[in-house]
Design a protein. Structure first.
Lengths: 466, 148
């Protein structure tokens, strides 16, 4: 960059200005008094009135000199701050990580910062001597060359007033490498609003493009994997459904004919034969139950209905109503905290969830004990705890009880195939929630299930307000 | 009525299932002639009195399984209900399918009843007996020999 010569020392400027001021005043005041140069008349005068005049004149000269001195000092300060600003600007341009290029209206390079030289591999001199478009050879991202008259980087439309952003341009470096660049081209106009040239900012986006490409590939991989998983999941669900449905047929034959044998030939059989048939019938009945449960488990995913916003409390009430017989048999008491929480739910699945959990709380009680069940609903975030006073679940089994066909007790003790909690967890997962077992407060006996659910996007009551 | 022999055509590909129906009906007090067709083509040939079935008597009731090899149960049903001589014979669908689609489609094809086979042996026996009993002795059916 071109530098101006250092400013003249202030004392010289002061003297020069004072001399000019003196000569001006000398001519003016001298002429005004008696057509004599002032200095001569000042020395030769003896009239007291003139003395006053001369004193006033001297004061004026002094004041003028004082003003001039201040003016000069001010100008000097201005010049120094300008110099400082220029140095700072230079430092900024030199240390910028973006390549900065200034071209004049003849499309000649006036300025190129070190970052730009590093980016392109060219020195400032090389850029100034050669034709920028030929040197950088800008191309479109697909590799198509750009006509030099239409190159947004090297050719400026003099009418253009706004910054042009070029998101992706391929440039050739001095070493013959191709780099990916993002450029901003800003027209520069002088005070008279005439074009002076343009300022181009260029950054290397090779790494970003590579990262974006990598990201896209990863995302595609992920999407492929997800599609594959979804297809597999769907296939598995279909398989579980078809298998359990089709398995029932031959099982029904085994069980039916064994029972037919028992019925038709009962008096011809000995005790052992009758016992064997009993085991066979029991086995087929259990298997039928398991297949039914498996069907129910697979239906959570395959036959679910779309989730809709609905009030939570009526779902719990419906589950309790479905369990009325068991509740009366056991003499169970159930307390539910009032709540007007709204959730996104598949109604029948949500009722099934509460029915399974409350049903378990009634079922898993020490012999003869009445179930006491507390259902607590907290909002923000939605958290439902179902606590009972039953036999509880040892901590070591808290994860296992959610597995399909996982039972903790003998069949003769508590009935069931061990699918209930697996179905519950699946239902909650389908509702994007969690189902866990929490610690009992103060080591009290019983079990506490905790359900968390995402809130409904908006209240349906508000939605329907006309 | 009591000495009248009823003819039932059971269209069922699984011999074990057919036998089970036969066993259930054996406990009925009705005089029954149970004929079994193991696929749709065989059933239609019998109903249309083609080939060896030239002298076959038309059944009083048809029990139809939906899941048949080759021509499926719904197609057989459609053909029966489009035939002017066969369409008034009651057809009871006897199946393990719970699918809504099957229920709607078969009723649209003018099935007379849709019965799901119970998994439980005793219930199965009971359902087969009571269904046939209803169609053969409770419901009044047109006499095949009288024209409209």
């Amino acid at each position: 960059m071109e530098r101006e010569s250092p400013p003249t020392p202030p004392i010289l400027r002061y003297s020069a200005l004072a001399a000019v001021a003196y000569l001006l005043l000398d001519g003016l005041v001298g002429g005004w008094l008696d057509h004599q140069p002032f200095l001569t008349s000042l020395l030769s005068a003896d009239d007291p009135q003139e003395w006053w005049m001369r004193i006033i004149t001297i004061v004026i000269i002094f004041l003028f000199g004082f003003w001039a001195r201040n003016a000069i000092r001010h100008q000097h300060t201005l010049l120094r701050s300008l110099e400082r600003a220029r140095n700072e600007l230079q430092l900024l341009i030199d240390s910028a990580s973006e390549g900065i290029l200034f071209l004049d209206t003849d499309e000649k390079v006036q300025l190129a910062n070190p970052a730009l030289c590093q980016l392109t591999g060219y020195t400032l001199e090389q850029l100034q001597q050669g034709d920028l478009h030929t040197l950088l050879d800008p191309r479109l991202p697909d590799g198509d060359p750009l006509d030099s008259d239409h190159c947004p980087l090297c050719h400026l439309n003099p009418e253009e007033r706004t910054t042009t952003h070029i998101p992706h341009l391929l440039l050739t470096t001095a070493h013959g490498d191709t780099i990916s660049a993002e450029c901003w081209v800003r027209p520069v106009r002088n005070a008279a609003d005439l074009p002076e040239g343009w300022l181009a900012t260029i950054i290397d986006i090779g790494k970003r493009i590579a990262a974006e490409q990598k990201g896209r590939e990863l995302l595609e991989d992920l999407q492929r994997e997800q599609t594959r998983l979804e297809a597999r999941n769907e296939e598995l669900q279909r398989f579980a459904y078809v298998a359990s449905h089709d398995l029932q047929e031959p099982l029904r034959m085994v069980s039916s004919f064994v029972q037919l044998l028992q019925r038709r030939y009962n008096d011809q059989l000995d005790d052992s034969a009758r016992e064997f048939i009993g085991f066979a019938v029991d086995g087929t009945t259990r298997m039928q139950q398991m297949i039914n449960d498996l069907l129910e488990y697979s239906r959570v995913g395959s036959q679910g209905k779309p989730l809709k916003p609905m009030a939570l409390r009526p779902l719990i009430d419906a589950a309790i109503a479905n369990l009325q017989l068991a509740i009366e048999d056991n003499g169970a008491t159930i307390t539910v905290t009032p709540s007007d929480a709204i959730i996104m739910a598949d109604e029948s699945q949500m009722i099934r969830l509460f029915q399974n959990l409350i049903g378990n709380a009634i079922k898993f009680q020490p012999e003869g004990q009445r179930a006491e069940i507390t259902i607590d609903i907290r909002e923000h975030p939605l958290r439902i705890t179902i606590r009972d006073n039953g036999i509880g679940i040892p901590e070591a089994y808290r994860a296992k009880v959610f597995e399909v066909f996982k039972r903790l007790h003998g069949r003769d003790q508590y009935k069931g195939s061990g699918v209930g909690l697996a179905v519950c967890r699946r239902i909650v997962m389908r509702h994007s929630g969690t189902l866990t077992i929490a610690d009992q407060p103060d080591g009290q006996p019983g079990t506490t299930f905790v359900i968390t659910l995402p809130p409904a996007p908006e209240s349906p009551a508000k939605e329907h307000t006309p | 009525m009591s000495n009248h022999t009823f003819t039932i055509l059971l269209i069922e590909d699984n011999p074990a299932d057919a036998r089970l129906v036969q066993e259930a009906l054996a406990e009925n007090k009705l005089l029954l002639d149970l004929q079994v067709a193991h696929n749709g083509e065989q059933a239609l040939a019998r109903l249309m009195r083609q080939g060896d079935h030239r002298d076959a008597k038309l059944p009083d009731l048809i029990l139809l399984d939906l899941n048949l090899p080759g021509m499926d149960g719904k197609e057989v049903l459609g053909r029966i209900k489009q035939d002017p001589d066969l369409k008034r014979i009651p057809v009871v669908i006897l199946t393990t399918s719970h699918a809504d689609r099957d229920i709607v489609q078969t009723y649209n094809l003018n099935a007379n009843a849709y019965v799901i086979k119970p998994l439980d042996f005793d219930q199965f026996m009971h359902i087969v007996r009571s269904t046939t009993q209803f169609w053969l002795t409770v419901a009044v059916l047109p006499d095949g020999r009288v024209d409209e």
